[in-house]
Design a protein around this ligand. Structure first.
Ligand code: CA
Length: 137
């Protein structure tokens, strides 16, 4: 009987993991509008293109709860210095992709954390103001 319960529990936790893996965060209409208003025409083209083609995109925020300054990244970024955002990210939303791997060092080095969908406070996973590069998966 005990073994059966354990098996059921293992199954339940596996299914919830699978459900999480399919989770993709979405931008609200308001968020999308506010982001679009602040982009140059070149950035706007890339942003709309990513949305329409369902390309992996992430929005990196300086503060927790998706606050303050942000950067939009499309595709992997090997050095957050290039976008003026090194050791700065405190919350993140991943759009059109399952998740991202955040690395402590540039060029996808050092220790890392996986974010599925979104994380409103990187303190929760011990990675506040720490990320220096990022890969999509
Ligand atoms: Ca920060």
């Amino acid at each position: 009987m005990k073994k059966l319960l354990l098996t059921a529990f293992a199954f339940a936790s596996l299914s919830s993991q699978a459900a999480q893996l399919e989770f993709v965060s979405e931008l609200s209409v308001q968020e999308t509008q506010s982001i679009r208003e602040n982009l140059s025409s070149e950035q706007l083209y890339a942003f709309d293109n990513a949305i329409n083609n369902q390309a992996g995109m992430a929005i990196l925020y300086k503060d927790r709860d998706y606050g303050n300054e942000y950067r939009i990244v499309i595709g992997n970024v090997s050095n957050f210095r290039d976008i003026g955002f090194n050791d700065t990210v405190s919350s993140i939303k991943v759009i059109n992709s399952t998740g991202v791997i955040l690395y402590r060092d540039r060029d996808f080095g050092g220790d890392y954390r996986i974010v599925l969908g979104q994380e409103n406070n990187l303190v929760n996973i011990g990675f506040n103001d720490a990320a220096s590069s990022l890969k999509f998966f």
